[in-house]
Write a protein that binds this ligand. Structure first.
Ligand SMILES: NC(=O)c1ccc[n+]([C@@H]2O[C@H](COP(=O)([O-])OP(=O)(O)OC[C@H]3O[C@@H](n4cnc5c(N)ncnc54)[C@H](O)[C@@H]3O)[C@@H](O)[C@H]2O)c1
Ligand SMILES: O=C(O)C[C@H](O)C(=O)O
Length: 313
């Protein structure tokens, strides 16, 4: 924890909630916030710093005045970009957010070339690819947050159906963070009990569909943007695992290099996180049907990458 610095670029709903969460967990010595909305980011930094002081946390929180305030970050989280609104898919954000991401990466390259980068902006997997490509950083150094969120949503829907098991549900979701993500019921348990011993196949299918639509459900209700409490908490777990070299295994969006039979494409898979970032990719045993669904999801990410390659890079 000593002398660990976290940068958050994009201090809207997810970024500010993440800053608040990290400041209260006290897992880093300083947090630096950067956004194009200068007054807003200053207000956020003041408010979050004051709440950290109320909580007697030793984490300091500041707004970046200049890009060089990002110097020496151990981890930088990128949430800069626009969220979708009702009627939009995450993929509709592709070119707008890629442009924003590139400008952010240009600064990180100069001031924090050794930072581990966690991308949150959507469409997530394509943004991780864009961050890797524009930064030229090692593939271990750049990853995306989505799998922890999608798994938490699956746990929520399992709990909703069962009515018991709160805090004891382990769910697993792989693939791209899009409409064809791949929930894995056979790798999900309640206090170690297999899901199919607790729920019928039909109930499990309903949970899978609800999980895939979990983000959209909130977008429709909010009307002005997308979820942020669960995304921020999920990101804080990744930051913590990296800062504390915890070697925790979480589903994260990473560049595949032969794992699961794919190369040069990004998708969500279980990853060991430590101070070097992505320290290991774990290969789960998938059924033939899950392999087919994963291939489908990877294809969707690949088609976004193809658009970036043709129209952006
Ligand atoms: N990966 C996931 O699971 C996940 C979950 C939630 C949200 N998201 C995505 O995260 C992104 C942010 O969501 P949000 O709800 O916080 O949106 P938001 O609109 O509340 O915040 C985005 C912030 O980015 C800032 N910004 C824009 N351009 C910038 C730039 N060049 N430099 C610095 N800051 C810049 C904006 O000023 C704004 O404060 C969206 O793309 C959303 O789709 C992803
Ligand atoms: O749904 C969205 O657009 C935001 C995010 O990807 C989510 O899943 O909550």
């Amino acid at each position: 924890m000593i002398n660990k610095k976290v940068g958050i670029i994009g201090v809207g709903n997810v970024g500010s909630t993440l800053a608040y969460t990290l400041a209260h967990k006290g897992i880093c010595s300083s947090i630096i916030l950067k956004d194009i909305r200068e007054n807003i980011v200053e207000a956020m930094a003041l408010d979050i710093s004051q709440s950290a002081n109320a909580a007697k946390s030793h984490t300091t929180v500041h707004a970046a005045k200049n890009a060089n305030d990002l110097e020496g970050c151990d981890v930088i989280v990128i949430t800069a970009g626009i969220p979708r609104k009702p009627g939009m898919s995450r993929d509709d954000l592709l070119l707008t957010n890629a442009k924003i991401l590139k400008s952010v990466i240009d600064e990180i390259k100069v001031y924090s070339p050794d930072a581990i980068i966690i991308v949150v902006s959507n469409p997530l997997d394509a943004m991780v690819y864009a961050a890797l490509k524009t930064s030229g950083f090692k593939k271990e150094q750049v990853l995306g947050m989505a799998g922890i969120l999608d798994s938490a949503r699956m746990s929520h829907f399992i709990l909703e159906k069962l009515g018991f098991g709160a805090g004891q549900i382990e769910s697993s979701v792989m693939g791209g963070h899009g409409d064809d993500m791949v929930p894995l019921p056979n790798h999900s348990t309640v206090a170690g009990v297999a899901l199919n011993e607790l729920l019928s196949q039909e109930e499990i299918e309903q949970i899978i569909e609800k999980t895939k639509n979990g983000g959209l459900q909130i977008v429709k209700l909010l009307e002005t943007g997308s979820a942020y409490y669960a995304p921020a908490h999920a990101t804080s777990l990744m930051v913590e695992a990296i800062l504390d070299n915890k070697k925790k295994i979480y589903p994260c969006s990473v560049m595949l290099d032969g794992e699961y039979g794919y190369k040069n494409v990004v998708a969500g898979v279980p990853v060991m996180l430590g101070s070097k970032g992505v320290e290991k990719i774990m290969e789960l045993k998938l059924t033939d049907e899950q392999k087919r669904l994963f291939a489908n999801s990877v294809d969707s990410v690949q088609s976004l990458i193809n658009v970036l390659e043709e129209r952006f890079f």
